[in-house]
Write a protein that binds this ligand. Structure first.
Ligand SMILES: *[C@@H]1O[C@H](CO)[C@@H](O)[C@H](O)[C@H]1NC(C)=O
Length: 210
């Protein structure tokens, strides 16, 4: 049986020079592993894909996929383990999604032109309808209303006071960082920073920075 629909969870802004933070599940032939695809767009510039194998079958049970998005980091985590930390390197000329509000979208769509083994595996429509299920959705975020941003109580205060109790100034601890590097060594299957096709046009600046 061919199951090649992609479920995704993304934060995205409106318009052309849009910001977007993606978590996508690229389906596969039954029995073959799903790919967890991540990407970060800022001011319309994307092409910052990193892909991972999961250490479990995502179709068998619910797991927790989180995005911690604050002014300094976009951290992707699976069951509480960070797998990617896209840092704000604006000072070095790297665009970072920070100036536009985003909405959260969760959907299921046909991407068999590229996602499923590079488009070689096609959707078997006789298996429709396809289902993606989500549960225990939680959002703790600043909300835009009438052009102003309103943050949950304590978010900015904790930050101003140098506290680290809030996602607003959350970052990886030394331990969290080492754990992420370990997961990347074991489970990352694609990294735009080391893709020969990308690197041939110049190594993206953020790939040379820590
Ligand atoms: C699907 O399975 C093949 C074979 O195991 C693997 O190479 C590929 O990365 C998997 N994922 C996708 C999205 O094609």
């Amino acid at each position: 049986m061919v199951l090649c629909v992609c479920a995704n969870m993304q934060l995205s802004s409106q318009g052309t020079a849009h910001d977007e933070i993606d978590f996508e599940f690229l389906g596969n032939v039954t029995g073959e592993p799903y790919t967890l695809h991540t990407n970060v767009f800022a001011k319309g510039q994307g092409q910052r894909e990193q892909q991972f194998r999961l250490w479990f079958d995502p179709t068998k049970a619910f797991h927790t996929y989180s995005i911690i998005w604050n002014p300094q980091h976009v951290i992707f985590a699976v069951d509480g383990t960070a797998i990617r930390d896209f840092k704000n390197h604006e000072a070095r000329g790297v665009s970072f999604p920070k100036s536009q509000p985003m909405r959260l979208y969760a959907s299921l769509w046909n991407a068999d032109d590229w996602a499923t083994q590079g488009g070689r595996v096609k959707t078997d429509w006789s298996k429709a309808p396809f289902v993606a299920s989500f549960r225990n959705f939680n959002a703790d975020a600043c909300v835009m209303s009438g052009g102003a941003q309103r943050c949950p109580a304590g978010t900015m205060e904790a930050s101003a006071a140098g506290g680290s109790g809030s996602w607003w100034n959350q970052e990886l601890s030394g331990m969290g960082y080492r754990r992420m590097r370990w997961v990347q060594r074991k489970f990352m299957i694609y990294n735009y920073c080391t893709d020969p096709k990308r690197v041939a046009q110049g190594v993206p600046a953020e790939c040379k920075l820590r």
